[in-house]
Design a protein around this ligand. Structure first.
Ligand SMILES: NC(=O)c1ccc[n+]([C@@H]2O[C@H](COP(=O)([O-])OP(=O)(O)OC[C@H]3O[C@@H](n4cnc5c(N)ncnc54)[C@H](OP(=O)(O)O)[C@@H]3O)[C@@H](O)[C@H]2O)c1
Length: 265
């Protein structure tokens, strides 16, 4: 698949991986539709992209946890574009709290963004994609969707849920030419650590030391774009977490020991 002239809707485009993906797809010739709640940040990104090549970036504000906002955004996307080639479900929020300290409200809030948000946005355009002859859905899961990791119990659960849902969607809709790429990055230095929810719902507000040293969002975006271009069904990004995933799959006792000892921040 090429990106030249394709329309790509990206949620969570105001920051981090979503912003880097928008820039990468734009660089490869796509028309990008930028969504998130922070309209000012989206407008700043649009201005930057317009400066590079005018008229190929659009801002459509959207809160993925609000059904009415998602429907309005989907209607705006349909007005803006004759068809939607690729949807990138990227909006997400992290967690930094132990199970014992995490309130049920926080657990639900994490699922509302990370799981139900992606499902709602997908649902809002999927029939249209099918009607127009197909499309591709990119889902930002995580290595946390492959194994458990301390301080991220519900975050991990929400990403595992994405895996089950979108593996099923792919299997059900391949005849309708709907493809799915599940993206599972390890730690990438974005705002995710600072924006993470703590056990009482307050913002964590710190950049984790380990996170700060890892692969840049721009490099991650280049790897994702390559995987989408090749229509890969799943991609794991980040060497240390891939090793942990390997242990989880092929040598579980080693994973159990490492998961107890690994630095979660
Ligand atoms: N960074 C990592 O280490 C890492 C690793 C694996 C997976 N991921 C996944 O990658 C995705 C992007 O994360 P990131 O690292 O780029 O984090 P980030 O810098 O904090 O960006 C998160 C994005 O999600 C948006 N968002 C949050 N809540 C939203 C809502 N209710 N409605 C619409 N947009 C919302 C934010 O925009 P507004 O606040 O403006 O709405 C922001 O654009 C997430 O799904 C995350 O789980 C990240």
């Amino acid at each position: 698949m090429t990106f030249e002239g394709r329309t790509i809707w990206i949620t969570g485009a105001s920051s981090g991986i979503g912003k880097a993906l928008a820039s990468e797809f734009f660089r490869r010739g796509a028309i990008v539709i930028l969504s998130a709640r922070s309209t000012d940040k989206l407008e700043a990104l649009k201005a930057e992209l317009d400066h590079r090549s005018p008229g190929r970036a659009h801002v459509v504000p959207c809160d993925v946890t609000d059904g009415a906002s998602v429907e309005l955004a989907a209607a705006a996307v349909k007005r803006l574009a004759g068809r939607l080639d690729i949807l990138v479900n990227n909006a997400g929020v992290g967690q930094r709290s132990r199970v014992l300290e995490t309130s049920p409200d926080v657990e639900r809030a994490l699922f509302e963004v990370n799981f139900f948000g992606a499902v709602a946005v997908t649902r809002s355009v999927l029939p249209w994609m099918v009607e127009r002859g197909g499309g591709h859905i990119v889902v930002l899961s995580s290595m946390a969707g492959k194994f458990g990791f301390p301080l991220r119990s519900t975050y991990c659960a929400s990403k595992h849920a994405l895996q089950g849902y979108f593996d099923t969607l792919r299997a059900e809709l391949y005849r309708e030419k709907i493809g799915v790429t599940l993206v599972c990055p390890g730690r990438i230095p974005t705002e995710i650590s600072r924006n993470s929810m703590t056990g009482d719902g307050s913002r964590y507000g710190k950049m984790d030391a380990v996170q700060a040293r890892r692969m840049s969002p721009e490099r991650c975006a280049r790897i994702v774009a390559y995987a989408v271009r090749r229509e890969r069904k799943e991609i794991l990004i980040g060497a240390p977490e891939r090793l942990l995933y390997f242990f989880r799959r092929f040598c579980p006792p080693l994973y159990y020991r490492l998961a107890e000892r690994v630095s979660p921040i």
